[in-house]
Design a protein around this ligand. Structure first.
Ligand code: SF4
Length: 442
């Protein structure tokens, strides 16, 4: 029996992969620890989406050099998106001789034999599979929460947005068999899960690799029939594949949460074109209008990149204008970060860092008042909140997510965690709602 520690960097896909790695290690009889000094196996599940994520992995790996010197039997493994890139793998292995094991995003299921081989030979084991068709799909997972779960519905991405490294690290799109997904969610629901988040780089193109006609909305309809399940969420959508059928589903499926995360990235058609996003601001705005016509109370969030190569002041103003026109509940905002290996990395007219930061602040100054105003409209309403945890700042306060995905704080006792309760909203901030518990059962 060994103690293992998994450090996860990046997105929900990586978080869920780490839950699978934990399940595999526990299946081998190992137990988890949060203390590096105690760990016999340390796995870094890496992210390649931005330079900052990579720098953090580099930094933390360096810190482990001394620990490895003191504990030579410690096994240090790296997996995730960075390891799918040969240039990065080679660089890591040349710089960090204390790495024992390297595997990728498509061969998590091979971890037991890779670990065994390392322990028997003492050699550095490197094993990477490029082809997503070889992914072992039905690996169980040690889910962090009993009441909510991530569920992969597909792997990879075929969109090749010019700034994005994901198609090079996660491979080609591959949809899981719908029955496998439904069986997994049924089993989770039987074990107490109330909310599932369907995961994919571009969930809207689910079904394209299946051998029969069956798309994302068909899947949502079938999941909506599962008894005991109360909420369905999904991450991430691509506007070019947002179908009329999916928009209609927001008025049809009672378990589909009234929240749509629809990354726009930019409000300028010129920039959208050079990002290879395959839609215009007009297309995007018309989809938003259609979704709101179906459900006026739906929460809309997005991703926006500031400082993409060639972005002029006018282009950026187009982004600010689009933000005002849509009126986002909130947004993930990013400074454009050069990803070696992507098309945009070679583009001329890279935007100076100073300009990027100035625009970034302008964007936040535009987004936050809109988010606050939309939250203010919820004062006096009653929200169904899935209670997730005790607030980090006050042990008498609980926090949870309303069905529109907004974070809600209210006074309550720990035994409500995992339940959906009714909370009357009486105060709001830019990113959170506050209220009083009015009913222990929604
Ligand atoms: S849709 Fe674009 S941004 Fe999203 S993962 Fe695919 S290539 Fe990257």
């Amino acid at each position: 029996m060994k103690k293992y520690l998994i450090s996860t960097f990046g997105c929900q896909m990586n978080e869920h992969d780490s839950e699978k790695i934990a399940w595999i290690l526990e299946g081998m009889g190992h137990v988890s620890t949060d203390n590096r000094e105690e760990a016999d196996i340390i796995i870094f599940n890496t992210c390649a989406v931005r330079k900052s994520a990579e720098d953090r992995v580099f930094g933390q790996l360096g810190e482990l050099k001394d620990l490895k010197r003191r504990k030579p039997e410690l096994i240090l493994g790296l997996c995730g998106c960075m390891m799918q890139r040969e240039d990065i793998r080679t660089y890591f292995l040349s710089k960090h001789r204390h790495i024992d094991l390297v595997f990728g995003t498509n061969n998590i299921h091979k971890l037991p034999q890779l670990l065994q081989r390392h322990m028997e030979t003492g050699e550095v084991i490197v094993d990477i599979i490029e082809d997503t068709r070889e992914i072992e799909e039905n690996i169980h997972a040690n889910r962090k929460y009993s009441y909510k779960s991530f569920v992969n519905i597909m792997y990879g991405c075929n969109n090749f947005c010019t700034y994005c490294i994901v198609p090079y690290t996660r491979g080609r799109e591959k949809s899981r068999e719908p029955q496998d997904i439904i069986n997994e969610i049924t089993e989770l629901t039987d074990n107490g899960t109330k909310e599932v988040t369907l995961l994919g780089q571009n969930v809207n193109s689910y079904g394209k690799t299946l051998e029969f006609e069956y798309n994302f909305t068909d899947l949502l309809r079938d999941i909506n029939k599962i008894d005991g399940l109360e909420r369905i969420r999904f991450m991430t959508s691509h506007p070019k594949d947002l179908s009329e059928d999916l928009i209609k589903a927001y008025g049809e499926l009672d378990k589909l949460c009234p929240h749509l995360h629809l990354p726009v990235q930019s409000g300028s058609n010129k920039v959208l074109k050079s990002m290879n996003r395959k839609y215009t601001r007009e297309d995007y705005l018309s989809q938003i209008r259609k979704v709101r016509a179906i459900n006026p109370n739906i929460a809309i969030t997005t991703d926006i990149i500031v400082g993409f190569p060639g972005e002029s002041d006018e282009d950026f103003i187009d982004t600010l204008e689009l933000v005002k026109e849509v009126g986002y509940d909130s947004a993930f905002t990013f400074l454009y970060s050069i990803r070696e290996g992507t098309i945009a990395a070679k583009m001329e007219e890279q935007v100076p860092e100073e300009t990027k930061h100035k625009r970034f602040q302008q964007l936040l100054d535009t987004l936050h008042p809109i988010g606050l105003e939309l939250n203010e409209r919820l004062i006096g309403t009653t929200q169904d909140v899935l209670v997730e945890e005790i607030s980090k700042n006050d042990s008498t306060v609980l926090s949870g997510r309303a069905s529109n995905s907004k974070l809600v704080h209210f006074k309550g006792s720990e035994d409500l965690i995992g339940k959906i309760v009714k909370v009357r909203i009486n105060n709001v901030k830019t990113f959170t709602l506050e209220g009083n518990l009015i009913n222990m059962e929604a």
